[in-house]
Design a protein around this ligand. Sequence first.
Ligand SMILES: Nc1nc2c(ncn2[C@@H]2O[C@H](COP(=O)(O)OP(=O)(O)OP(=O)(O)O)[C@@H](O)[C@H]2O)c(=O)[nH]1
Length: 491
Amino acid sequence: MTAHATATVSAQPLAEAAKATRDSRPLRLITCGSVDDGKSTLIGRLLWDTKAVKEDQAATLKRDSSGKQNDLGLPDFALLLDGLQAEREQGITIDVAYRYFSTDNRSFIVADTPGHEQYTRNMATGASTADLAVLLVDARAGLLEQTRRHATIASLMGIRQFVLAVNKIDLTDYDRAGFEHIVHEFKELALSLGVTQITAIPMSALKGENVVYDGRSAMPWYEGPTLVETLERATVRSSQAVGFRLPVQRVSRPGESFRGYQGTVAGGAVKPGDSVVILPSGTVANVKQIVTFDLVRNAAVAGDAITLVLDRQVDVSRGDMIASIDSQPQVGLAFDAQIVALQPDGIQPGKRYWLKSGSRRQRVSVQPVSQLDLKSSQWHHAEQLPMNAIGKVHLTFDEAAVFDAYELNRSTGAFILIDPDTNNTIAGGMISAKRADIGGIRQSDKRVILSLPADLADQLMSTEIFANRRDEAEVRRTSAGRAADLLSELD
Ligand SMILES: Nc1nc2c(ncn2[C@@H]2O[C@H](COP(=O)(O)OP(=O)(O)OP(=O)(O)O)[C@@H](O)[C@H]2O)c(=O)[nH]1
């Protein structure tokens, strides 16, 4: 070993290490709303007032907007995003543009997605990584269908913090009653979506009131925070809610004596000595060493790219998940999920696709169950899902799949579906729950086929229940399934 390889990073207590990682991460937000509500102007204003705009861009802005002054004689902040517009017009390769800005207290990444209905999928993409959604509403128009659609998608993608930005308040003469009416309407919608963390702010993006600087002189009746104050206080979604997760990207075997499992920690934290389970096989081991680049580490947390060395020889392959033993993800053959259809063909019922989640890729059949009607926020029965539709589906796998619910871990709970014929990504999805009612059971003619891990299969075959029902059931040894569910089905 080299001197480097033996160096040990000074041990921070695990909780502190995790906190440090969380706090240093920027807040990710998405802006959404209907066309012309002022999204570009707001992002431009945020960049401008937090001095994220470089001098040369500022000069261009002043020059370009001088020809097309608005009646307030202010620069057209939306011009800052012109480059982005051009990229969008070229095609759909750039789906979401990310902008960066910071204050003394925090840094931010804002996902800017187009407002038109046909771009629902882009909005969903932006929302999938966001901690908070800023929903823009034109103070004169109130909540529109597109506003409702965006709020619904953002909540489906797991966003729990919303800022309701009632923009263009200057055009209503800073009318307090109008503002409160919109807030009331939005709270009703939010209630139906299960969203409770809402900050409503009357704002003029154009004049910069209640964005970075307060708008007290124009609206003395509003005593709440500005947009930036709200963003500074918002919480970053952490992937610490569940235990340690390491989707294995590569098995490293540089020499006879060393075998390490490489990947990026997708949740929780790990330290040497921790007990882990390798899924789907269920093999148990202890962590011997954590290595990053050329350092041996005392701990690793979500986001760290590591090589994990275990204390015994075990069978681990690319696509497996190494997880903490006391907080395990779900392993099963059937899951419920919500998906956003991304391609013109939509989702065909019963068609078999490739599902990719982290480094794992496996065969799945997808059965649409219902589709969200974005006008009414109701779910309706559906057997097909057209492009841009948001639907609930049943996923059925040939081999055991390993997931967390998206609500608990956005990385191990998310996936994409790939059409095996075209190799196109046809949907993005989120796992809602494992389907216990199917488990590893299939019906074939009159016989029930149970797919079980080898040890459980043997256990089941030696029981009395099975002896009495041998003609009705067949047991196959696989690495899948859960004994409790299956036994209760058979009982
Ligand atoms: N008076 C006033 N006008 C505003 C305000 N915010 C935006 N505008 C104007 O509203 C118009 C639309 O603003 P944009 O920022 O382009 O709206 P958008 O939502 O980004 O629109 P798309 O890019 O088409 O989705 C522009 O003429 C802006 O100058 C505001 O707070 N007050």
